[in-house]
Write a protein that binds this ligand. Structure first.
Ligand code: BGC
Length: 746
């Protein structure tokens, strides 16, 4: 063994290399590696491969298998492992698993390189039992308060690191343009600017700085899925996208660029194809765009089985060896294989045959080792003690999750001020989302699809339980499931008839990726029929939506007294909703997407002028149920006195926007002030408006405040004919609330 090392050490002493604590120089380590060791670093395996049992059928309780682990780490030199074996583990079990893996990696392998372990902790450390679960990203965007997302990221990082895991496959920076998409709830909504602001906040929260070094209470972020993954034509997961160069840069690039500028250390590649080329095989996207144009220097990992998919699904390679060649030459650094050693075997062959150079491997391996170094793994890869993380699931963390849920929930209708509910009113709570933690949390909760109720945290409140904790006059019967009415004795409407107000919680079974594909965006018929039955009682009906994506509710909305969008608000969503329904919290969420009214024709708020609804000429385009940015409070906030001015270039070239925001009510309120701009005429057909800035403020009862924004000409640029950002002088309109000002900008 020593002889082997000596053969490969060109510029370092053998002692230095064998003492990983002293190796701070990645180049030194790289220079000592064999081809096999380098390829091993580029290989990422599913935890199942090294556990007792079979892949996807592990023996309970999940534990490592020493022979398989030795084979992976010592024989194949594997550098990274991911996932949990199907469901969450308590911290102690994670410590055993991670500790077992790192022990072999750092004591039994020749160069003692630690493993880079990653999981999808996408709304809290969701694969760690007992962790704090936040609302899903879509709900977080509805807060229009990125500081909450940054704090949520910090807590998620802390609780993930508490399990011994340093790498998080989050945030999703895909822009939610297609409402059918099964991963819509994972996005920060439909607006590229909002996705950029929230995405970078989350990266900052995860990494705790600019990524130069990540301490042992933070994790490496992984921007995903680069890029255009959400832009499929059908909305079915992993189906083709056709995206022009302009749209790619106007819509899909900004959120990734912002995260790169914030220092995001890693990126995961889009499993789909754009314009006929799978992104995993496209050097124009993975090298020219990601590296040269956008300046990303970190590690690029494939998504699950995506080299295999180049053969089986995309059919751009005849076999796995060719697929491996295509992906590596396109620019991937690490392959999430993840269930066998084919990638490893073929990549070694390709290098030995001279088709892929060692220099090419070095580029990727260096990025992988640098990531490990930045995470401090060479200093200490072992999991911490439970005692070292006293704030895990602490009251402070829970309060942050509750607060985020409270600021996300969006009031969409409130006829005759039926809300807030009177504290002593008789309430009947019903519907499939009324008493379910599963529906509140959504996918990626303790399991991948998040649907196994045995992992729900029984100490947390469902909507019914939370309402009951505030008012003993609350009764519950589900009556209607997700797809069908429940079999019941007696009249299902009897309880409804005895109540003063009906709160009906409709929704959708959590799902993501391919299992989340749907053929119909309408809320399932049974639920709609049930809401209509409830409306026939003539009692006020409060409709609560708990959804993966905006399901069409056109036919039932008008008959409801109030409508509340809860999104998937997480473990504290029931409490947050109860606080809002009873008026202990004033709602302040706003829709981060356009809520569709029809299956066809409802696009995004930043659509083109040709898509506007125009009844004079019968143009029945864009007609949403609720607009992007829509959301009410109990305070009837007023906007007045919008002023917009432009300082000429020599004065700084800033556009200053001021508006007075008033709270006429007797309760304090939070208000997200959104600034949109319209470019009246441009060489690329302009959007009717685009979000340019936002700020969430708090107003005391009867308080009026002047809110100021400063944006630059840079912010008014668009992607021109040559796919580069340009500014064209002319008339712009600025919109805040229902106020508009026009300005000529040279
Ligand atoms: C998903 C990714 C995820 C990965 C690892 C894939 O199927 O598309 O978002 O990070 O699995 O769990």
């Amino acid at each position: 063994m020593l002889a082997l090392v000596a053969m490969n050490v060109s510029c370092a002493s053998q002692k230095d290399i064998l003492n990983p604590k002293k190796v701070s120089n990645v180049d030194l380590l790289l220079s000592a590696m064999t081809i096999e060791e380098k390829v091993g670093q580029m290989t990422q395996l599913n935890i199942d491969v090294v556990c007792e049992g079979e892949v996807y059928k592990l023996t309970e309780p999940h534990r490592l298998n020493a022979t398989k682990l030795h084979q992976a780490l010592v024989d194949y030199h594997v550098g990274s492992i991911l996932n949990c074996g199907g469901h969450a583990y308590p911290r102690e079990q994670w410590h055993e698993i991670i500790g077992g893996i790192q022990k072999v990696a750092t004591t039994e392998t020749r160069l003692k390189v630690p493993i880079l372990y990653g999981i999808d902790a996408i709304h809290g450390a969701n694969y760690v039992t007992g962790s704090t679960l936040f609302p899903q990203q879509l709900a977080q965007a509805a807060t229009f308060n990125p500081s909450l997302t940054e704090e949520g990221g910090r807590i998620t990082a802390y609780e993930t690191r508490a399990a011994g895991i340093p790498w998080n496959f989050s945030p999703v920076l895909d822009v939610g343009r297609n409402k059918n998409w099964s991963r819509f709830f994972e996005t920060f909504g439909e607006d590229p600017y909002a996705c950029s602001v929230f995405g970078s906040a989350l990266v900052r929260g995860y990494q705790g700085g600019n990524g130069a070094a990540v301490d042992n209470v933070h994790v490496a972020a992984c921007m995903k899925h680069f890029l255009g993954y959400s832009g499929t034509r059908t909305g079915f997961d992993r189906t083709p996208a056709i995206i022009s160069d302009i749209e790619l840069r106007e819509i899909y690039r900004p959120s990734f660029q912002a995260a790169i500028n914030t220092g995001a250390l890693t990126v995961m590649i889009n499993s789909g194809e754009i314009n006929g080329i799978p992104v995993h095989a496209d050097p124009k996207i993975l090298i020219d765009l990601l590296r040269t144009e956008m300046g990303f220097k970190g590690l690029a990992v494939t998504d699950w089985e995506d080299i295999i998919k180049l053969v089986k699904n995309h059919r751009v390679a005849v076999d796995l060896k060719e697929a491996t060649y295509l992906a590596v030459m396109a620019g991937i650094d690490m392959c999430m294989v993840p269930n066998d050693y084919d990638f490893t075997k073929y990549l070694i062959e390709l290098v030995k045959e001279g088709r892929i150079s060692v220099e090419r491997l070095n580029v990727s391996v260096k990025r992988i080792l640098e990531t490990k170094e930045k995470l401090g793994l060479f200093q200490n890869a072992m999991p911490p003690s439970v005692a070292a993380f006293p704030k895990f699931a602490s009251e402070e963390h829970k309060a942050a999750a509750l607060h985020t849920a409270e600021e996300s929930i969006t009031l969409l209708g409130n006829k005759n001020n039926i809300l807030p509910l009177k504290k002593d009113a008789k309430i009947f709570v019903t519907g499939p989302a009324a008493n379910s933690m599963t529906l509140l949390n959504g996918a990626w909760t303790r399991t991948w699809q998040g649907t196994d109720a045995q992992f729900d945290d029984a100490t947390k409140n469902t909507i019914y339980e939370a309402l009951l904790s505030k008012n003993k006059n609350v009764t519950f019967n589900e009556v209607c499931g997700l797809e069908t009415m429940n079999k019941m004795n007696g009249n299902p409407l009897e309880m409804a008839m005895n109540a003063d107000v009906i709160v009906v919680c409709v929704g959708e079974l959590p799902s993501t990726e391919l299992p989340g594909n749907i053929y119909d965006l309408e809320l399932p018929k049974a639920q709609q029929e049930y809401v209509k039955m409830l409306q026939s009682t003539m009692k006020p009906v409060v409709l609560v939506l708990v959804e993966n994506r905006p399901r069409i509710v056109r036919d039932i909305v008008d008959g409801c007294s109030a409508v509340v969008m809860a999104y998937q608000p997480g473990d504290f969503g029931g409490d947050a909703l109860a606080n809002i329904l009873y008026g202990d919290v004033n709602p302040s969420g706003k829709l981060p997407f356009t809520y569709p009214k029809f299956q066809v024709g409802t696009s995004t708020y930043d659509h083109k002028f040709t898509e506007t609804f125009d009844k004079d000429f019968g143009n029945k385009a864009f007609q949403p149920q609720w607009e992007f940015g829509y959301g009410l409070s109990y305070s009837n906030v007023q906007y007045e006195n919008l002023q917009v001015s432009y300082e000429s270039e020599d004065m700084g070239g800033e556009i200053l926007i001021r508006v007075d925001v008033a709270n006429p009510s007797e309760r304090s309120v939070k208000e997200s002030v959104l600034v949109f701009a319209t470019d009246e005429v441009a060489s690329i057909t302009p959007s009717v408006k685009k979000l340019k800035a936002f700020q969430k403020i708090e107003l005391a009862p009867k308080q009026k405040r002047t809110v100021e924004f400063s944006i630059s000409k840079e912010d008014l640029k668009f992607i021109g004919k040559d796919a580069q950002p340009i500014f064209e002088s002319g008339a712009f309109q600025f919109h805040v609330g229902s106020l508009t000002k026009r300005l000529i900008i040279q």
